[in-house]
Design a protein around this ligand. Structure first.
Ligand SMILES: C[S@@+](CC[C@H](N)C(=O)[O-])C[C@H]1O[C@@H](n2cnc3c(N)ncnc32)[C@H](O)[C@@H]1O
Length: 184
């Protein structure tokens, strides 16, 4: 599934995390639109009494929107994971009124049992290549039947000689390619 020769090193060092959202919105084309699409699709997969997990949640933007959409279902558990302590601190403070749990943890070490929705937006490229397939397998095995894994990933496609924003969702039953967006 992942064949790029090198993994991208994460060296994002923000003094002010609030500026992260502006930064990513400018640098990733259709950033908000992609969140919107995946928010709409989420309704088809979220199941009662299950976990909703966002990997590499950064400033908690997407997870917070998912929470707002489903906050009346108290059987759901919302969990955001990020490796950068400042991001988690920021999320805990910003969303302290929302029932979302944020954890400082490497995404490769998470137990995904009883999840109906797992998302990973622009984060997989920071995971060591040798660990990516294992992570995807763990996600697949942890997902409930008819749950889904939403993946957004930037990659460089040599044949087309431009970057592509790949928007995919993967369920236990099938993998669907929603669209490819060229990025220049
Ligand atoms: C480009 S940002 C993700 C943006 C976010 N998903 C969104 O849609 O706004 C990548 C995030 O992945 C986190 N990250 C990178 N490697 C990680 C790892 N191994 N475990 C957990 N988080 C990681 C970084 O700290 C960073 O916050």
């Amino acid at each position: 599934m992942y064949r790029a020769k090198k993994s991208t090193k994460w060296n994002f060092n923000l003094k002010n995390i609030s500026s992260f959202e502006k930064h990513i919105d400018k640098s990733v084309p259709f950033y908000k639109n992609c969140h919107f699409i995946f928010l709409s699709l989420s309704d088809f997969f979220i199941q009662k009494n299950s976990r909703i997990i966002d990997l590499g949640c950064s400033s908690g933007n997407y997870l917070s929107k998912l929470y707002d959409k489903n906050k009346f279902d108290i059987s759901l558990a919302f969990e955001g994971y990020d490796a950068v302590p400042e991001m988690i601190k920021f999320c805990k403070k910003k969303y302290n009124k929302k029932k979302i749990n944020f954890f400082k943890k490497d995404v490769v070490n998470i137990n995904f049992k009883n999840s109906s929705l797992i998302s990973s937006f622009y984060t997989i490229q920071f995971i060591k290549q040798s660990k990516r397939q294992k992570l995807i397998n763990r996600i697949y095995n942890g997902l409930n039947k008819n749950g889904a894994f939403f993946l957004l990933k930037k990659f460089y496609q040599k044949i087309l000689k431009h970057k592509i924003c790949s928007l995919k969702y993967i369920t236990n039953l099938k993998l669907k390619m929603v669209f490819h967006q060229p990025m220049f």
